[in-house]
Ligand binder design. Structure first.
Ligand SMILES: *Cc1c(COP(=O)(O)O)cnc(C)c1O
Length: 463
């Protein structure tokens, strides 16, 4: 029988995370404070614990994964590497398609890979409560799960419209013991101010971040911190366990290297997690095409400039050097595909500036068509975010057929879509359409960046 999955034992779990900052050919530009000067680590101390801030600014190549974190990750890791043989047959491609199944975690996505270390480091630092925001609910449920394992209180501000429309993620959080409230709420000054002005607002990630940060920094006891599920350097670091496992598993499958590496990109963490160890190989001479994939209706990497911008709408976060559509950007409501964040992880942005990674954008109908083909060949029903990576993997496999090449394609199957079936319903009922953002809309949001410091696009020109 031909093998379908390539598994590692728990003994083969990676013992260290890989930090791409150590190998980037052009160093990262620092985050900036409101005065335009680089942020000093201690300025972040009210928001994050110092042990996580140290990881955020580290340029050490390998960082040890504490034993206790490994023991918790071992509840579902190493995640299996699958070969999508039935999809290959359906596409009649000579390409070999491998995918890393991150949907096997208890919360159903890659997000617990960072939720667990974040909760653990906070606990070590003496923190008793974490606050966060969540949009569709995937991050909120991952952090709720992690806090329940580690013994921390967890408070989640969930964007009002999702809170009302997606009751199941909220119930998952409750099951894991977290307190999830609709944002804007009456619990914070930021929330009360918004409700006074706009009592019927559907909320936004920007508002929810403001509420979560405010509750962390105003805790007089100093025992509350805030936690973010993507974008920041330490999150990319924690996710590299995916790519490090995949490298060992590909070797077991008899592959020397992948030719193409693909991940969907919202804030950048699942893409970075799979891709960064291979970006390292590419920096050291390997010939690998590395593709982050985003929606046409939120085209941060493909159409947003590399700038200094805030991570949130309320401008509470430092300025980060990244590709951005502007901190007030709101994706069009007809979009049902997730991946709605206006910015992109600075580390991922820098790999794009350097030419090591080449972003692609896909329309949502093609993504849903690919997701359905996937479900009908490989079985698992992907999250709408994941379907962007699948659409790109299919395109690459078809291209390999047309070129008559035996390519090795590796992609990250970031999570299952069992809580996202309403998007599938809209697709089946023909209620979804494709949408390209007019340039005038992009320009409108980008005008708000006038006056912010410039982020020069520095690169070696090697790639
Ligand atoms: C959150 C999420 C994403 C997007 O976030 P990244 O930080 O870009 O990985 C993608 N897929 C799934 C399943 C998610 O839950």
């Amino acid at each position: 029988m031909e093998p379908y999955k390539y598994e590692l034992s728990e003994d083969e779990l990676p013992r260290q995370w890989y930090n791409l900052a150590a190998d980037l050919p052009t160093p990262m530009q620092p985050p900036l404070g409101p005065d335009g000067k680089p942020v000093r680590p201690e300025m972040l101390a009210p928001v994050f614990p110092m042990n996580i801030i140290e990881q955020e600014v580290s340029t050490q190549r390998w960082i040890d994964i504490p034993e206790e974190i490994l023991a918790l990750l071992a509840m579902w890791r190493p995640s299996p590497l699958f070969r999508a043989r039935r999809l290959e047959k359906a596409l009649k491609t000579p390409a070999r398609i491998y995918y890393k199944h991150e949907g096997v975690s208890p919360a159903g996505s890659h997000k617990p890979n960072t939720a667990i270390p974040q909760a653990w480091y906070n606990k070590q630092f003496g923190i008793t409560r974490l606050t966060t925001e969540t949009g569709a609910g995937q991050w909120g449920s991952a952090l709720a799960f992690a806090c329940s394992l580690i013994g921390l209180e967890c408070k989640v501000f969930m964007v009002r419209i999702s809170f009302d429309q997606k009751p199941f993620r909220k119930l998952m959080m409750q099951t894991w013991g977290a307190n999830c409230v609709a944002s804007p709420s009456n619990e914070t000054q930021a929330g009360r101010d918004i409700l006074a002005r706009m009592p019927d607002t559907p909320g936004s990630l920007g508002i929810a971040i403001s509420e979560a940060v405010e509750q962390a920094v105003t805790d007089k006891g100093g025992k509350t911190r805030y936690s973010l599920g993507s974008v920041l350097n330490h999150v990319m670091l924690h996710q590299t366990i995916i790519g490090l496992e995949a490298r060992k598993q590909l070797a077991k499958a008899g592959e020397k290297k992948p030719d193409v590496v693909i991940g969907c990109a919202g804030g950048g963490s699942n893409f970075a997690g799979l891709a960064f160890p291979f970006v390292c190989d590419k920096i050291h001479g390997a010939d690998i095409t590395i593709l982050p994939v985003e929606p046409e209706s939120c085209p941060t990497l493909t159409r947003g400039p590399f700038v200094y911008d805030h991570g949130d709408t309320a401008k509470m976060t430092p300025l980060l050097p990244m590709h951005s559509l502007g901190h007030s950007f709101v994706p069009p409501p007809i979009h049902a595909g997730g991946l709605r964040y206006h910015g992109m992880a600075p580390l991922v942005s820098q790999t794009v500036v350097e030419g090591l990674c080449t972003p692609r954008a896909y329309h949502q109908l093609k993504c849903y068509e690919s997701a359905v083909l996937w479900a009908r060949t490989e079985g698992y029903i992907p999250a709408p975010e994941t379907s962007h990576a699948i659409a790109c993997a299919i395109d690459e496999a078809v291209r390999a057929r047309e070129e008559g090449k035996e390519k090795v394609i590796l992609f990250n199957w970031s999570g299952h879509g069992l809580m996202d079936l309403a998007g599938y319903q809209k697709f089946f009922e023909g209620r979804l359409t494709d949408y390209s953002l007019p340039q005038a809309d992009i320009d409108k949001f980008l005008r708000e960046l006038n006056g912010l410091p410039q982020a020069p696009a520095k690169k070696t020109g090697k790639w």
